[in-house]
Ligand binder design. Structure first.
Ligand code: A2P
Length: 270
């Protein structure tokens, strides 16, 4: 091995703070799973942000993808919610991780799906498809969300009923959470829906907003930029279509540097 090779190998090997350990794994469907891992003591993040995580590739280089942190900022571990893509370079391997396995985590959280990027408001809409529920799993368990808003409306749409399980379990557990159970009481409206399998609520988030069905079903007033704030996380097509609806309703896109009425993030791994 030449000196160059040695230096190259050193570069590719994650330094100690980047190696974490998987603590639990839960599979929901043949396409979806979640896992928890240890958290670097130095890692501080805002609920809703994402980090790069992954595994060591066969070529000795880290194979990393952006993942929203699904656990709240106060949790001593980190949680992630992932799709399994059969031929996906990372998720085809990541889906087989077991407790005790190492995982690489770059401790540099970033993202726009944060409470700071929104102006004060009364109702907070969390609009998600598929694994786009992950950042909301973090925000829903953050006391700040409940202190800042009088009502939180979660619209999550998946193709099939089983794909709603992760979000449904999380929302059902909120009421019993010792930290935020009391804060949540009477403030959450949950609107799960499917598009390709019959369930109580059918239809895309976009269609249910445009037709007014969601407002009628939940018995609430339509979107109003004076009181409504929204966070959006789904596929590129979903994000684009939702943005158009929100803009049409008078909401403007915000950012960390210029808070406004809504923020958008792509659900990363696909
Ligand atoms: P549909 O079944 O009508 O395509 P996916 O698994 O493809 O990411 O989709 C997850 C969910 O997001 C599905 O219910 C899908 O509905 C919905 N969806 C996909 N694209 C859009 C879009 N542009 N607007 C609204 N919903 C969408």
């Amino acid at each position: 091995m030449s000196l160059d090779d040695v230096l190259q190998a050193k570069k590719a090997t994650p330094t100690l703070p980047d190696a974490q350990t998987v603590t639990s794994v839960t599979h929901y469907t043949d396409r979806l799973f979640s896992f928890r891992c240890t958290r670097p003591q130095s890692l501080r993040f805002r609920s809703g942000e994402f980090v790069m995580i992954g595994l060591m590739g066969d070529n000795g280089k880290p194979l990393l993808r952006a993942y929203s942190i699904a656990s709240p900022s106060w949790d001593e571990e980190l949680e992630f919610y992932s799709i399994k893509v059969p031929d996906g370079p990372l998720t085809s391997r990541l889906q087989h991780i077991q407790p005790g396995d190492p995982i690489i985590l770059r401790p540099k959280p970033v993202g726009t799906l944060v409470l700071d990027a929104l102006l004060p408001g009364e109702r907070l809409w969390m609009l998600a498809t598929g694994t786009g529920i992950a950042p909301f799993a973090s925000l829903l368990r953050d006391p700040e969300t409940w202190e800042k808003y009088q009502q939180v409306i979660v619209m999550h749409t998946c193709r099939e009923v089983a794909e709603l399980t992760y979000g449904r379990n999380l929302i059902e557990a909120l009421q019993d959470d010792p930290l935020i159970g009391e804060l949540v009481e009477g403030k959450i409206l949950y609107y799960p829906a499917t598009t390709r399998e019959p369930s109580e609520n059918m239809g895309r988030v976009t269609d249910n907003l445009l037709s007014g069905k969601v407002f009628a079903d939940l018995g609430i007033a339509p979107l109003d930029p004076a009181i409504d704030r929204a966070m959006v996380c789904g596929s590129l097509g979903f994000n684009k279509d939702i943005k158009a609806i929100l803009e049409e309703s008078g909401l403007r896109e915000g950012a960390n540097s210029a808070p406004a009425e809504y923020v958008v993030e792509k659900a990363f791994v696909d």
